[in-house]
Design a protein around this ligand. Structure first.
Ligand code: AHR
Length: 369
C-alpha cells in the first residue's frame, strides 16, 4: 500500500492510532461479536440452528502475533459506516459453502448499514481480477476478497495500493506482503483440517487399507495444505494405509463423481476416499451408489460441514466431516472496522473448526449449512 496517504480523497491522515495487541484485539472482537450475535439472532440461526454454535470463533492460540494498522499501511483512518464495501466471491454459488459465505457478508453489511457491492467470478480467475478492478471503479473503498487462486493478484494489489483501498482476504490466501498488500487473512488452519481428516480415516479403516484423495482445485493454499496435513498424519500414524490414487475433482460435485467413477474402475478394491470438500464427497457417494456399493463399503471423509454431507453421515455413507465454517461476515467487517479506527489487527486470524461424525451428526445437523 502506498505510504503517502494524502492521495486518499477528502480525508487527512491521523497519526494517533489506538494500538491494541494482537491478543487484545481478537479478544475484544470476539466478545463484541459474540454478544451482538447472541442477542440479534436469538430467534435462531440458519435453518433453525443455534446462531452461537454456527458463528465463527477465533482460535486464540493460532493466528499471527504480527499486526497491521492503518498507520503502518500508510492509509488514513476511516469509519467503516461511511465506506462503500466491495465483496468479490470466487466460485459459483452452487456450493453451500459459497452460498453461506456470500449470505454472511451480505447479512453483516445490512446489519451495520454499510453499502455493499458484490461480484461473482464463477471460478474464472481472470474474471475475478477484472471483477475486483470493476468493484474499485464502482467506488469500493474497502474490499473483502474470497480469492480463487493465491498467486497472480499483482494488478489488483497495485491498483488497491494506488487508490488506498484496504483488503481483507477470507477463506483462501493471497500470496503477498501482509500489511503492504492486505490487512489480514481470515480462515481455517487447513493443514490441521487435513490432519483431522486423516485421524477420521485411520479410525474408520482401523489403520489399514487403500485410500484415494479427491484433491481440491489447484492454485490455492487450501488444496495444498489439506493434502499436506492428511498425508503427513497418515505417514506418521498409519504406515499400513496406502494412498493409491490422487486426482483433482476441482472442488465440485460433478468432478467428485466423475473422478470416483474412474477410481472404482482402476481401483475396485479401494477402502477409503478423502474428499477435500463436501461437494466432491457427495459426488463420490453418487458414483459409489451407481456402482452398486452399499453405505460403509468405502469409508468417506470430507471437509466443510454442509447439511447434505452431515445427512450422509446419518445415512451411513460418509464416516466423518471436518468443519470449514464459511460465515465470515462478522469477523471480516470487524477486521475492517478495527483497522479503520487505527487499531492493530493481526495479519492472520485463524478460526477453530468443529467435526461431525456418527456420534453427533443428528444433533448437530441444524448447525450445518
Ligand atoms: O476455500 C474453501 C473451499 O472452497 C471449501 O472448502 C470448498 O467447499 C470451496 O470450494
Amino acid at each position: 500500500m502506498a505510504t503517502d496517504p494524502s492521495d486518499r480523497a477528502g480525508r487527512s491522515p491521523r497519526r494517533t492510532a489506538t494500538v491494541f495487541t494482537a491478543v487484545t484485539c481478537t479478544a475484544l472482537t470476539l466478545l463484541a461479536t459474540s454478544c451482538a450475535r447472541g442477542e440479534d439472532e436469538a430467534a435462531g440461526g440458519q435453518d433453525g440452528g443455534d446462531a452461537a454454535a454456527q458463528a465463527q470463533v477465533l482460535d486464540e492460540a493460532a493466528g499471527s502475533d504480527e499486526t497491521c494498522s492503518a498507520e503502518q499501511a500508510g492509509i488514513e483512518e476511516f469509519d467503516l459506516k461511511d465506506m462503500k464495501v466491495g465483496f468479490s466471491q470466487s466460485e459459483a454459488e452452487s456450493n453451500p459453502f459459497r452460498i453461506t459465505e456470500t449470505a454472511s457478508i451480505k447479512k453483516e453489511a445490512e446489519k451495520r448499514g454499510v453499502e455493499l457491492i458484490t461480484a461473482n467470478a464463477q471460478s474464472d480467475f481472470a474474471q475475478q481480477i477484472s471483477d475486483v478492478q470493476d468493484l474499485m471503479s464502482q467506488g469500493a473503498e474497502v474490499l473483502i476478497i474470497a480469492p480463487l487462486n493465491s498467486d497472480g493478484w499483482e494488478p489488483v494489489l497495485a491498483e488497491a495500493e494506488r487508490k488506498q483501498v484496504p483488503i481483507v482476504t477470507i477463506d483462501r490466501q493471497i500470496n503477498g506482503d501482509a500489511c503492504n498488500d492486505y490487512v489480514t487473512f481470515i480462515g481455517s488452519d487447513f493443514v490441521e483440517q487435513g490432519r483431522r481428516a486423516a485421524d477420521q480415516m485411520i479410525e474408520a479403516l482401523g489403520g489399514k487399507g487403500k485410500v484415494a484423495i479427491l484433491l481440491g482445485a489447484a492454485g490455492n493454499n487450501v488444496t495444498t495444505e489439506r493434502t499436506k496435513g492428511f498425508k503427513e498424519r497418515v505417514e506418521e500414524k498409519a504406515p499400513d494405509i496406502e494412498i493409491v490414487f490422487e486426482q483433482t475433482g476441482e472442488f465440485t460435485r460433478e468432478g467428485g463423481q466423475s473422478v470416483t467413477e474412474q477410481l472404482i474402475q482402476s481401483n475396485p478394491d479401494i477402502d477409503g476416499i478423502y474428499a477435500e470438500n463436501d461437494e466432491m464427497g457427495i459426488g463420490a457417494v453418487t458414483a459409489l451408489r451407481g456402482a452398486g456399493k452399499q453405505p460403509g463399503d468405502v469409508e468417506i471423509v470430507t471437509v466443510d460441514g454442509t447439511e447434505e454431507a452431515v445427512q450422509l453421515i446419518i445415512d451411513g455413507w460418509i464416516h466423518g466431516v471436518v468443519e470449514s465454517n464459511p460465515r465470515f461476515g462478522p469477523l471480516a467487517f470487524d477486521a475492517h472496522e478495527s483497522f479503520g479506527k487505527g487499531e492493530e489487527v493481526p495479519v492472520e486470524l485463524i478460526i477453530s473448526d468443529r467435526e461431525y461424525d456418527a456420534e453427533n451428526a443428528e444433533e448437530e445437523l441444524p448447525n450445518a449449512y
